[in-house]
Structure formats: C-alpha cells, structure tokens
Design a protein around this ligand. Sequence first.
Ligand SMILES: *[C@@H]1O[C@H](CO)[C@@H](O)[C@H](O)[C@H]1NC(C)=O
Ligand SMILES: *[C@@H]1O[C@H](CO)[C@@H](O)[C@H](O)[C@H]1NC(C)=O
Ligand SMILES: *[C@@H]1O[C@H](CO)[C@@H](O)[C@H](O)[C@H]1NC(C)=O
Ligand SMILES: *[C@@H]1O[C@H](CO)[C@@H](O)[C@H](O)[C@H]1NC(C)=O
Ligand SMILES: *[C@@H]1O[C@H](CO)[C@@H](O)[C@H](O)[C@H]1NC(C)=O
Ligand SMILES: *[C@@H]1O[C@H](CO)[C@@H](O)[C@H](O)[C@H]1NC(C)=O
Ligand SMILES: *[C@@H]1O[C@H](CO)[C@@H](O)[C@H](O)[C@H]1NC(C)=O
Ligand SMILES: *[C@@H]1O[C@H](CO)[C@@H](O)[C@H](O)[C@H]1NC(C)=O
Ligand SMILES: *[C@@H]1O[C@H](CO)[C@@H](O)[C@H](O)[C@H]1NC(C)=O
Ligand SMILES: *[C@@H]1O[C@H](CO)[C@@H](O)[C@H](O)[C@H]1NC(C)=O
Ligand SMILES: *[C@@H]1O[C@H](CO)[C@@H](O)[C@H](O)[C@H]1NC(C)=O
Ligand SMILES: [Cu+2]
Length: 541
Amino acid sequence: MHFQKISTLVSIFFYSFILFLPNTSISSPILPRDAQTGSEKVFNLTISKGSFAPDGFSRDIYLINGQFPGPSIECNKGDTLVINVNNQLNEDTTIHSHGIFQRGTPWYDGVPGQTQCGIPSGGSFTYTFAVNQSGTYWYHSHSRGQYIEGLVGPLIVHDPADPYTKDYDKEITVLLQDWYHTDSPTLLASFLTPASQGNEPSPDNGLINGKNSYNCSSAPAGSNCVNNASLSQFNFVSGKKYRIRIINTSAFSAFIFSIDDHPMDVIEVEGMMTQRYTVHRLPINIAQRYSVIVTADKPVKSYWMRAEMETACYAVVSPSLNPLVKAIVTYNGSTDQSPSSTAWTDKVKNCTDLDASNLKPYNPQKVPQADLNFTVQVLFQPDSNNVTLGYINNSTYKIDTNNPTIMKVYNGVTQFAADQNVFLVEKNSVVDIILINLDTGEHPFHLHGHVFWLLGSGVNGTKPDKNKLNANDPIQRDTTTVPAGGWAVLRFVSDNPGVWGFHCHIEWHVQSGLVSQFVAQPDQIKTLNSPADWKALCPST
Ligand SMILES: *[C@@H]1O[C@H](CO)[C@@H](O)[C@H](O)[C@H]1NC(C)=O
Ligand SMILES: *[C@@H]1O[C@H](CO)[C@@H](O)[C@H](O)[C@H]1NC(C)=O
Ligand SMILES: *[C@@H]1O[C@H](CO)[C@@H](O)[C@H](O)[C@H]1NC(C)=O
Ligand SMILES: *[C@@H]1O[C@H](CO)[C@@H](O)[C@H](O)[C@H]1NC(C)=O
Ligand SMILES: *[C@@H]1O[C@H](CO)[C@@H](O)[C@H](O)[C@H]1NC(C)=O
Ligand SMILES: *[C@@H]1O[C@H](CO)[C@@H](O)[C@H](O)[C@H]1NC(C)=O
Ligand SMILES: *[C@@H]1O[C@H](CO)[C@@H](O)[C@H](O)[C@H]1NC(C)=O
Ligand SMILES: *[C@@H]1O[C@H](CO)[C@@H](O)[C@H](O)[C@H]1NC(C)=O
Ligand SMILES: *[C@@H]1O[C@H](CO)[C@@H](O)[C@H](O)[C@H]1NC(C)=O
Ligand SMILES: *[C@@H]1O[C@H](CO)[C@@H](O)[C@H](O)[C@H]1NC(C)=O
Ligand SMILES: *[C@@H]1O[C@H](CO)[C@@H](O)[C@H](O)[C@H]1NC(C)=O
Ligand SMILES: [Cu+2]
C-alpha cells in the first residue's frame, strides 16, 4: 500500500568524478545465439552470504558463486536446463525461474509453501526442466526476502528462429534493482508493525548490473562506506546495433529506463516478440522485462544510461536516496572521461506500465473465449493487531512451509484452508482473472507457469467493461501492473497441470500476504511422476 508521500525526493545530484573500471559484465554469456538446440545446459549455483559493496556501502548480502548479481543462465529454446543449487546458508532457500512454464515439472517452480519445501542449510538440490520458450527471464530466491538482498540473476533463452536475430549485432543484459543498506529481516520486522501503517521501507539506492555510487555522508556513523564507487559501463561500437535486455529485479521500485540521445525500439515483452515500437523513456515495473534494439549511430563519446526510480509511487522516500541511477555507455574510441549528455524529456505516466495499446504482437494472436472467470480483489487494511496486511478477496495468505500445496494434492487433499487463497481449475480451460485493486498503490501481479493476454486495464475511477476488452491483438506477458484503485483483466490457457503462484511481486507485499495460487488440474498433477529427491525435501509429509 502506498500512502501519501512523507518526505519529498531530494534534489538529484550528480557525481562529477567517475572511476572508469573494466566493463561490467553479468558474467559472460555461455552460448552463441545460434548454438545447437536440444542439449542439456548445466549450471552450478553455490549460494552463500558475504560482505559486498555494490555501491561502495559494505554489508552482508547473498552471493551466488561468490558473485552479485548471480551468473547469467543462458540456453536455447528446446534445451534442458540443469541447475544444481548448493545451499551454503544458515537457512533454507529455493530458486524460482521467473516466467518459465515448467510444463510437466511443476515441482521445480521453486516456491516454498506451494511447490516445494526449502533446500535446507548445507543441502543441495537440482532443478531439471525442459525450456520450450524463448526470451528474457530471471531467476531468484522465492524464500522470505532473500532476493531483495542479492539472490537474483538473469535467465536468457535464445531462439535461433528469433525474427529479429539479423537486426542486431550484440546482446547486452541490463539488470535494474533497488537496493537497501539494511538487512531484509530488520526491514520486514518494522514493516509488519502498526507503526509502519503499511508504508514500505524506502530503498537507499538503485543499481544497474549490481553497481552504483553512494554519497557516504548519508551513511550511519561507523559504516564501512567508500565514496565514488564505480558505475556499470557498457561499450558501443559505432555503427553496431544492440539488443538490450532490460530486467527489473526490484523488490519495490519501478524505473524509467533510457539512454541519452539514443531512441530504443521495443521488440520483446516477457518472451513475446512485438512489432517495433520506438520509445525514449521506458517504464518498467518490478519483475517485468523488455528487449529493445538500440543503434550506435551517434557521435563517438560517452552517454548516460539512466534508470530513474519512480519515487512518486513510494509511500516514504529516504531523504538520502538519489533516485537517478546511472551507468555509462561509451563508444569505442571515445576520450571523454565522463558523459555530459542530457536526458530525454518525454513525459511518462507515473507508476503505470508502458501503454499496452502501443505494443503489437509480432505474430497475430488467436485469443480463445474464456470458460471460467475469477474476480480477485486486492486490498490492504489493518488486521486485529492493527498491522496493515495485504488481502486477496479479504484473505491474507499464510505460507505453509512444511506442507506445500502440491504435496497436499499428491496426498489427496481436495479442500484447502481459506488462508491458502487457492483458486481451483479442475479441467483444461481458458480462464479470465478480473483483478480489482481497492488499494491506493499499484501492484505488479505475476502469474507463475503461464503467460496471459492482457485484455485491458484501467486507472482509478474506471471499471472493467466486458465489451471494451481487447481480445484481438493483445500482448502476452507474465507480469502486469494493476493501477492504484484500478483494474486489469488477464486471460490464460490453463493447460499446465500444477500449482501456480499468482501474487504481487513487490516483495514487501508478498510478505504481508498478497499472494494466491491456482491449483490446475489436480487429477493430472497426480499422474505426473514427481522425483524422490524433491519429496525428500518435505520429511514431515
Ligand atoms: C558442476 O559441479 C559438478 C560437481 O561438482 C562438476 O563436476 C561440474 O563440472 C560442474 N559444472 C559446471 C558447469 O560448473
Ligand atoms: C513447444 O512449443 C510449441 C509451441 O511454441 C508446441 O507446438 C510444441 O508442441 C512444444 N513442444 C513440447 C515438447 O512441448
Ligand atoms: C493503529 O496504528 C496507527 C499507527 O500507529 C494509529 O494511528 C492508530 O490509532 C491505531 N489504531 C488502533 C485501533 O489501534
Ligand atoms: C554528499 O552529501 C553531503 C551532505 O548532504 C553534501 O554536503 C555533499 O555535497 C554531497 N557530496 C556530493 C559529491 O554530492
Ligand atoms: C568523489 O570524488 C570527487 C573527486 O575526488 C570528490 O570531489 C567528490 O566529493 C567525491 N564524491 C563523494 C560523494 O564523496
Ligand atoms: C521496476 O519495478 C518497480 C516496481 O514496480 C518500478 O517502480 C520501477 O519503475 C521498475 N523499473 C523500471 C525501469 O521500470
Ligand atoms: C509524477 O511524478 C512527478 C515527479 O516525481 C510528480 O511531480 C508528479 O506529481 C507525479 N504525478 C503523479 C500523478 O503522481
Ligand atoms: C575499437 O577501436 C579501435 C581503434 O579504432 C579498433 O582497433 C578496435 O578494433 C575497435 N574495437 C571494436 C570492438 O570494434
Ligand atoms: C464470469 O462467469 C460468469 C458465469 O460463467 C458469467 O455469467 C459472467 O458473465 C462472467 N463474467 C465476465 C466478466 O466474463
Ligand atoms: C472474490 O470476491 C468477489 C466479490 O465478492 C466474488 O465475486 C468472487 O467470486 C471472489 N473470487 C473468488 C475467486 O472467490
Ligand atoms: C472485503 O472487505 C471490504 C471491506 O473491508 C469490502 O468492501 C469488500 O467488498 C470485501 N470484499 C470481498 C470480496 O468480500
Ligand atoms: Cu503489491
């Protein structure tokens, strides 16, 4: 929930002195785009905690193979991904591959309480699944607050038959995220008290590919903080074209992404290829992804890449937050030390998605009629202890860590407790979700295991009108923002037996119960042969 703004944002300040360090790389892509498909791609992820200073401020964060952000997991459409997770933490963890369908492998969706028990401290677990889709995805822990503190990385599925393959020379991944200087358990504990009134903790900074600088004079006394930490740098070569995959892995903050002087052509929305649509400033909400094509046809110098945090949608803004997160794009041969470029000035509507009516699918869509619909109300209100919680149809989700929903299905359970917020879809069907947002804040909702057609959405003061929905050429995605006081109608084909989370992706809201789940074709789930090592994660069931 997002109340009135308590403190206004401080003036945007620039660091005039930038250290040039080696190129930022989210570890190296593993494969050429045209590599052979149909093979098995193995990744080892060792998860630990350690001191790290992404923006110069040192703190304990989650590391994957000693890195932050985690390594880029890449494969081709048609491959099988094998992700070996070795948990070196003192707590459970899980890995969710965001946007991947997990068709036939619902137990590998990585959601504690819904699709698995946690991987215990010191334990290992392997997620093995076929990937029959392509596009820009990410992976992250789905366990309590861990992804806020570093347990994230990109997941990219190349498609040798991608219609735009010939339209660019090179790919660049840009991971955007908000960043906190206080650990999540501390922030969560204070968020879930009456005093917070549901106002989410304000980030202290934002990062592009895990980097930014911070003015340490705002850090608490005694902090280990170094000024002028290096920014991410991206190299352009004159005349080349780049496909930039932008992934918003925020816990809370949305961004407006741009590169000074360089227009961007949107070509992909969460795995769906679109017709080219030129933008200068691209709004991207938590968990959303876009690909854009950018041409390096400007004078040889350096330019700012900007990710502006949309503080207009925060309840509280930390006075020391610099909402303008920057990285540097440098043309090969450029001699300037620091960019002097100026920002695009196009107006972008606050706190909403890129207008979907401007995005057209690359391939025509045949959208089927719906068989079923669920109206889902989103609300925040104080509970009996005066703690503001999230409600789906007036029910706060309570995680059942030791007995996840899919395990219950295997054990013959057909009735689920009210606080499980289960929506049952018995048969193969086409389902509409009519999301009604009664809250004063916007919520980026994510459906696991599927993409949905976005048939329409509206702002405060409007209501969904069956006759005005776009079932003609809507885009498909897996995360969409339902505007404050507004609505959204999503349609998906429920033909993937499993337990699929449907929740707001603001991690603070997940923790305050704004979570539901679709149990799709329980009879079919029971016919799928689940692996023994997966069952063994739940000794008490
Ligand atoms: C993953 O770890 C296994 C066992 O330690 C090792 O044999 C294998 O080479 C590793 N694979 C990769 C891709 O790092
Ligand atoms: C992969 O997806 C395509 C549609 O994109 C579908 O026609 C095909 O049957 C799928 N293959 C498998 C093995 O699921
Ligand atoms: C609930 O908490 C808020 C914020 O602390 C306070 O203003 C309000 O009086 C409390 N209401 C009740 C019923 O305790
Ligand atoms: C850092 O913050 C302090 C205190 O607000 C301010 O005086 C100083 O000018 C800032 N430094 C830079 C480089 O912005
Ligand atoms: C960064 O370095 C420059 C040059 O040394 C200095 O003027 C500036 O104050 C530093 N920024 C901060 C935030 O300390
Ligand atoms: C990332 O998502 C957050 C949360 O919705 C949003 O505030 C931010 O603007 C998004 N970033 C971008 C680049 O859109
Ligand atoms: C949008 O953001 C700008 C800059 O933060 C602010 O001035 C404006 O009032 C905001 N508009 C809305 C509708 O929140
Ligand atoms: C960068 O420029 C140098 C000098 O002009 C040239 O030798 C080099 O090949 C260029 N690098 C790339 C990647 O084009
Ligand atoms: C939802 O389903 C009911 C019952 O099948 C139907 O009467 C109603 O028109 C549907 N509503 C929408 C908005 O599709
Ligand atoms: C949620 O509440 C609305 C309004 O009372 C109701 O129409 C709808 O059926 C409920 N949804 C579910 C999935 O129970
Ligand atoms: C939930 O409760 C609110 C009042 O607290 C009410 O306005 C709303 O209709 C209820 N929704 C459902 C689905 O019961
Ligand atoms: Cu939310």
